[in-house]
Design a protein around this ligand. Structure first.
Ligand SMILES: Cc1cc2nc3c(=O)[nH]c(=O)nc-3n(C[C@H](O)[C@H](O)[C@H](O)COP(=O)(O)OP(=O)(O)OC[C@H]3O[C@@H](n4cnc5c(N)ncnc54)[C@H](O)[C@@H]3O)c2cc1C
Length: 377
């Protein structure tokens, strides 16, 4: 399926596929078992131009757009879902600064983030519940020189390795969005969550204790932080989750298909057994449907539709692709018998990773809440 990809997008897809297969593929087991963040691969992805696809040229991006970004995420996740997930969170602050930051902030932060020489994270969730960000307790109080921030955030992707952390806090007039640099006194990453899914991408708890944030690090207007954070989570976090789910399902399907063609039982490849053929057919068909629904909001964003207009399309894309991924990554394992459990065949990795997408970027139930509100009026 080409979805009418332009020549430039087609070339990007080929470059991403080649990078994923030749540079990422040989590293998957080591990265997944070791759990270390692959700084060198991120830098190489930056050099290849894969990270700043939705950022403007003026600030180090390529402005190739949202569909280009989804294509790259899909290709990375097909080989190694964790590397696709890097983009899901790693592009959040980049988008928030590009769309809501001022020129000074963009010039200061974006070129290194696009190049992959710096990494960012974006923190909204607190223990009070990610689905209800209005319950957050982190507080930014104004003083003569800026803001004093106190509070904690939890389940924040990349925080441990980030040079820049965007976050939302309560403030005068509502909520405000800010960013801090690594090493700012009073800002500390306090815990790495133990997880089985995207193992080489850290997810952390962090705290602010009388942390001084200068006014120059306020993103957008004071009191309008949610107006920056919510579209960012939708346009980048949810679309990114859909891209990761799509690529991972494709990877699991290809692994199962290869295995079924090679595995011989009763004197024939098991791909000749109709029960297994039907499994493969269902995967193949649902992946195609998932690809259309994942690409659609990206295409519409590239055509100039606003994130607000596309909330339902984006929620549908996340809901359906993650649902397809969970069903079919499990089926791929099932089709391989005992070998489906073996890390040597890699297929088990896809299902482990997909479990995290039930929640990351907003839960499946929250996607249904968004769609439900729209269809019931
Ligand atoms: C791998 C991973 C990475 C993450 N990275 C980030 C990050 O980088 N930055 C960040 O800010 N956050 C991040 N998160 C947090 C994520 O956004 C939250 O986990 C998510 O929003 C859900 O919040 P919660 O876990 O507190 O669950 P809760 O909000 O407590 O929800 C608990 C249950 O209640 C259900 N529920 C809640 N409200 C409703 C409703 N109205 N109707 C029906 N059911 C409902 C939920 O679906 C869920 O099943 C990450 C999470 C994971 C797992």
């Amino acid at each position: 399926m080409d979805f009418g990809l332009s020549r430039q997008q087609e070339m990007l897809k080929q470059a991403a596929r080649q990078f994923a297969e030749t540079r990422v593929g040989p590293r998957v087991r080591e990265a997944d078992e070791g759990g270390d963040f692959p700084f060198d691969l991120v830098q190489q992805m930056g050099q290849m131009g894969f990270i700043g696809l939705v950022n403007s040229r003026e600030y180090g991006g390529s402005a190739m757009g949202h569909l280009a970004r989804i294509i790259v995420i899909e290709e990375m996740a097909r080989v190694y879902p964790s590397l696709g997930f890097f983009f899901q969170a790693g592009n959040l602050l980049m988008y928030a600064l590009e769309n809501f930051g001022n020129e000074e902030q963009k010039g200061r932060c974006l070129p290194a983030l696009c190049k992959g020489t710096k990494v960012s994270a974006f923190a909204v969730t607190e223990q009070s519940g990610g689905s209800d960000p209005s319950a957050m307790m982190t507080m930014a109080s104004r003083n003569q020189t800026g803001y004093v921030v106190n509070g904690r955030k939890t389940y924040i992707t990349n925080a441990d390795v980030a040079d820049l952390l965007g976050f939302v806090a309560r403030s005068e007039g509502g909520f405000s969005a800010f960013f801090v640099e690594k090493g700012t006194p009073g800002f500390e990453v306090t815990r790495r969550e133990p997880r089985a899914g995207f193992r080489c991408i850290p997810v952390n708890e962090l705290s602010f204790t009388d942390c001084h944030v200068p006014p120059a690090n306020l993103i957008g207007q004071e009191g309008r932080g949610m107006a920056a954070a919510l579209p960012t989570i939708s346009a980048i976090g949810r679309t990114g989750a859909a891209g990761v789910a799509l690529g991972a399902t494709q990877g699991a399907y290809e692994g199962a298909l290869k295995f079924c063609r090679e595995r011989v039982l009763y004197g024939k490849p098991i791909s000749d057994l109709q029960a297994l053929q039907f499994m493969l057919v269902e995967m193949n068909t649902d992946i195609e449907a998932a690809r259309w629904i994942a690409y659609r909001p990206a295409v519409l964003l590239d055509q100039g539709k606003t994130v607000k207009d596309l909330g339902v399309e984006i929620a549908r894309a996340k809901l359906l692709t993650v649902d397809v991924a969970l069903r079919h990554c499990l089926k791929a394992q099932q089709a391989m018998g005992a070998y489906g459990q073996s890390p040597e065949y890699r297929v088990e990795m896809y299902l482990r990773a997909m479990l995290e997408l039930l929640t990351a970027g907003g839960t499946q139930e929250i996607m249904k809440v968004v769609i439900g509100r729209a269809i019931t009026g």
